[in-house]
Design a protein around this ligand. Structure first.
Ligand code: GUN
Ligand code: FE
Length: 419
């Protein structure tokens, strides 16, 4: 047998929303990066292989960020009193412009990829900028680290400053180029990325949808994030029956695997339509507060069976570590409960699930330690005094609430140790 990875420690993951699976002092065995099983004692056929023994540390699935803007990483925590549309105009577009400069892109994307690795985000859906060359630099930076990701050149051809938009033709040509370069094997893959409806002409959306279908490439964008943004969409696209319909009528809503960030404000029939089409929602709680968009009814969407992952939405969100998003998802659901007692807040296991397995489903089988899943794992080290006095589940909750990259001592993607 070749390519066997065996790691040992206290294993914790969520197979379902309701509860954690905990295997104390156990072995995870993976073959060619896929999990074969979890064992309390190592089966004899694996005895001759090397075992990485992490002792009393906790092993959890890698975090999945379903929505993050790599080109905004440098401005995390800046301009945080602006509302969404002001924040885009006053800060964000100016920074994204700089990614036309290759040296700048190399420096900034290297820092981003370093940080993503250190905080344990092993899979992510990433917006780059509108620069084709800049986006290529991001593909390479992530590949070098061994991280898994979908990366999109941001398509925009209207309703934003001239220095950041492109002609429809150039936007499509650049997207096609990147698809051709990266559509093959590898953990970093292309995704079609219209920024959002308002910065896209109908022509651009149609051509992007055609590309998605022709090449079988997934799609990501923003939808129903903010009341003012939604009003703007109604003005620009009066012939479409909804914001969702602007994407859907152009093959950008579930015709290929699709993830939409936010979706805070959904009518009943829209919830049902998203479920039917299997479109993922990237819930981005920090961002929703920072740029004053609203509070997504997470419990309601979970109960309605929607596919949901978590997003940092850096830099609408100010923290890139996904433990922050897990905490904030729980906290926001409590605010809804405070305002309406009949609204049940989400449990810790549910928030952890959507930050790992929920978002992981967009990448295939990742985010859990069930058989056949990719061995994407983080090894967590906490303080001795805590480890000696608390259960594994308490220790894990404490890490999620109070820990950071300093507590992550090893990272594996598809059975390969990458940091
Ligand atoms: N809508 C369009 N662009 C953006 C962006 O960069 N961040 C967020 N949060 N929403 C957007
Ligand atoms: Fe975003």
């Amino acid at each position: 047998m070749k390519n066997i990875t065996i790691i040992k420690g206290n294993i914790a993951y969520t197979k379902t929303l309701e509860k954690f699976e905990i295997h104390e002092d156990s072995f995870i065995v993976a073959k060619d990066g896929k999990i074969e099983g979890i064992y309390a004692d190592i089966p004899s056929k694996y005895r001759s292989f090397e075992i990485e023994d992490y002792g009393d540390r906790i092993i959890i699935p890698g975090f999945v960020d379903l929505h993050v803007h790599a080109a905004q990483y440098m401005q995390s925590g800046i301009g945080m009193t602006r509302q969404l549309l002001e924040w885009l105009n006053d800060y964000t577009y100016n920074l994204e412009r700089k990614f036309q400069d290759e040296e700048f892109a190399e420096m900034a994307y290297e820092a981003f990829a370093d940080k993503l690795l250190s905080v344990g985000t092993l899979r992510s859906c990433i917006f780059a900028s509108s620069s084709t060359k800049g986006t290529q630099i991001l593909f390479e930076a992530l590949r070098k680290k061994g991280l898994g990701a979908y990366v999109g050149k941001v398509n925009m051809d209207t309703n934003a400053p001239g220095f950041i938009i492109e002609s429809t033709k150039n936007s499509i040509e650049g997207t096609k180029q990147l698809i051709e370069m990266y559509k093959g094997e590898g953990l970093v893959k292309p995704i079609i990325t219209p920024r959002f409806a308002p910065t896209s002409t109908k022509g651009l959306l149609k051509e992007l949808g055609d590309l998605a279908v022709k090449y079988g490439i997934p799609v990501q964008s923003h939808v129903n994030e903010n009341r003012e943004e939604m009003e703007w969409v109604r003005e620009i696209f009066p012939d479409n029956k909804s914001y969702i319909d602007v994407y859907d009528s152009n093959s950008l809503f579930g015709q290929t695997p699709t993830v939409m960030a936010h979706a805070i404000y959904l009518e009943e029939e829209e919830i049902e339509y998203m479920r039917e089409k299997g479109v993922f929602i990237a819930h981005c709680p920090d961002s929703n507060i920072n740029v004053r968009s609203g509070i997504m009814p997470l419990r309601k969407y979970i109960d309605r069976g929607l596919k949901i992952g978590l997003g940092s939405d850096v830099a609408g969100g100010h923290k890139i570590g996904m433990n922050e998003a897990i905490v904030r998802a729980v906290q926001l659901s409590k605010i809804l409960n405070i305002m309406d007692k009949s609204y049940r807040p989400v449990e810790f296991s549910e928030a952890f699930y959507i930050g790992t397995k929920g978002g992981g489903e967009f990448f295939g089988n990742t985010g859990s330690f069930e058989d056949g899943y990719s061995l994407d794992a983080l090894v967590i080290e906490d303080e001795k005094a805590i480890a000696q006095n608390y259960s594994i589940l308490d220790r894990l909750e404490k890490f999620i609430y109070t820990g950071d990259d300093r507590n992550i001592c090893a990272r594996y993607v598809e059975g390969v140790k990458i940091g």
